[in-house]
Ligand binder design. Structure first.
Ligand code: NAX
Length: 325
C-alpha cells in the first residue's frame, strides 16, 4: 500500500461531484493500492446536502477511504491536498449577463486560489466549474506560490464528445480515434480539430471524406453538445463530465502513447500564436513525468479562423476579470 494522498473536490454536493466522488473513493482513478483522504468543499447552504453525500460514502465502506472531511472553509478543504478538482461554481441565474457570471465566479476562484497555497507541494489542480478556462486563470494568478504548470482547465469532455462523433461517422469504435485536439475555450467557440485527428492511425479527413459534415455539423454538434444535453435531460452533463475528469487525471498520471496527445487547457506560452496570459486548450502529452504542448501541428486557414474566434473570446473574458488577476 502507498502512503495516503489527499484529494479535494469542490462543489461536492452538486450533481457532477455526485458522479465523481464515488469513482475516486472506490480506487478507480488513483489505483487500488492508493489510500485516500477525501476533502469536500461546499457553501454553507449546501452543507446539509453534503452530509447526505458523506453518509453515502460511509455506507459504501470503501476500503481505501481513510477519512472524509466535509467543510465550507476553503483553507481547510485544501490543507495538505495533493489533488484539487474545482467543480463548484455559480450557475448563471435568470437575467444574469455573461460578464456578471464571470465576476461572480471569479470571486470564488480568487478565494480558492489563495487557499490553495495551503496544499501539498505536489498539488495538481483541475478546474471544471465554468467558465472553466477563465476560472483557472484567476485561480493560478491568485495562488502565487504554486507554479502555473500545476493548473489546468478541463476540455476533456469536449475531446471525448468529438471522438465519439468522429467514430460514429466513420463507423468505427471510439478507441480507433486518437489525436483529437480541442483548441481554445471550453465554450461554444471551441474548435475540435478534425484536421489533425486520426482514425485507426490515418488522418480523419481521409477516413471521413464528407468535408461539409466535418466543417459544419461535426463542429457545431461538439460545440453545442452541453446545451443539447440540458435540453434533453433538463440538467447539465454530469456523469460524462465526471468521466472526463477521471480521463484527464489519468492522462497526467500515465505516459502518453508515442505519437499521441490529449486535450487540456493550460496557461498559454505563445505556442501556435495563441497569446500568453490566457488559459487555452492545446494538444498536450506527458514526457518524462511532465506535460508539454505538442508542437508542429498543421494549422490551415480554416483552423486559424476558428482559433482566432475562440482566442478572442478568451481575451474578452480575461479583460472582464482583469482586476482579479
Ligand atoms: P451543480 O449546481 O449541481 O453543483 C455545483 C455545486 O457547487 C453546488 O452544490 C454549489 O453549492 C457548489 N458551489 C457553489 N459555489 C461554491 C464555492 N464557492 N465553493 C464550493 N462549492 C460551491 O452543478 P454541476 O452540474 O455539478 O456542475 C458544476 C460545474 O461544472 C458548473 O460550473 C458547470 O457549468 C461545470 N461543467 C463543466 C464542464 C466542463 O467540461 N468543463 C462540463 C460539465 C459541467 O457543465
Amino acid at each position: 500500500m502507498k502512503s495516503p494522498m489527499r484529494v479535494t473536490i469542490t462543489g461536492a454536493a452538486g450533481q457532477l461531484a455526485y458522479s465523481l466522488i464515488f469513482r475516486i473513493a472506490s480506487g478507480q482513478l488513483f489505483g487500488e493500492d492508493q489510500p485516500l483522504h477525501i476533502h469536500l468543499l461546499e457553501i454553507p447552504t449546501a452543507m446539509s446536502a453534503l452530509r447526505g453525500v458523506v453518509m453515502e460514502l460511509d455506507d459504501c465502506a470503501f476500503p481505501l477511504l481513510k477519512s472524509i472531511k466535509p467543510t465550507d472553509r476553503a483553507e481547510d478543504a485544501f490543507d495538505g491536498a495533493n489533488w484539487a478538482i474545482l467543480v463548484g461554481s455559480r450557475p448563471r441565474s435568470k437575467g444574469m449577463e455573461r460578464k456578471d457570471l464571470l465576476t461572480a465566479n471569479g470571486k470564488i476562484f480568487v478565494e480558492q486560489g489563495k487557499a490553495l497555497e495551503r496544499a501539498a507541494s505536489d498539488i495538481q489542480i483541475l478546474v471544471v466549474g465554468n467558465p472553466a478556462n477563465t476560472n483557472c486563470l484567476i485561480a493560478l494568478n491568485n495562488a502565487k506560490s504554486i507554479s502555473s504548470e500545476r493548473f489546468a482547465a478541463m476540455t476533456r469532455l469536449d475531446q471525448n464528445r468529438a471522438m465519439a462523433q468522429l467514430a460514429n461517422k466513420a463507423g468505427k469504435p471510439v478507441s480507433s480515434v486518437t489525436n483529437l485536439t480541442i483548441w481554445g475555450n471550453h465554450s461554444a467557440t471551441q474548435f475540435p480539430d478534425f484536421f489533425n485527428a486520426k482514425v485507426d492511425g490515418a488522418p480523419a479527413t481521409e477516413v471521413i471524406t464528407d468535408r461539409a459534415w466535418l466543417e459544419g455539423e461535426f463542429i457545431s454538434t461538439v460545440q453545442k453538445r452541453g446545451a443539447a444535453i440540458i435540453e434533453a435531460r433538463g440538467l447539465s452533463s454530469a456523469a460524462s463530465a465526471a468521466n472526463a475528469a477521471v480521463d484527464h487525471i489519468r492522462s497526467l498520471l500515465n505516459p502518453t502513447p508515442a505519437g499521441e496527445w490529449f486535450s487540456s487547457a493550460v496557461l498559454s506560452d505563445g505556442s501556435y500564436d495563441i497569446p500568453e496570459g490566457i488559459v487555452s486548450s492545446f494538444p498536450i502529452r506527458m514526457a518524462g513525468g511532465k506535460w508539454e504542448i505538442v508542437q508542429g501541428l498543421k494549422i490551415g486557414e480554416f483552423a486559424r479562423t476558428a482559433l482566432s474566434a475562440t482566442v478572442a473570446e478568451l481575451q474578452e473574458e480575461r479583460s472582464a476579470v482583469q482586476d482579479m488577476l
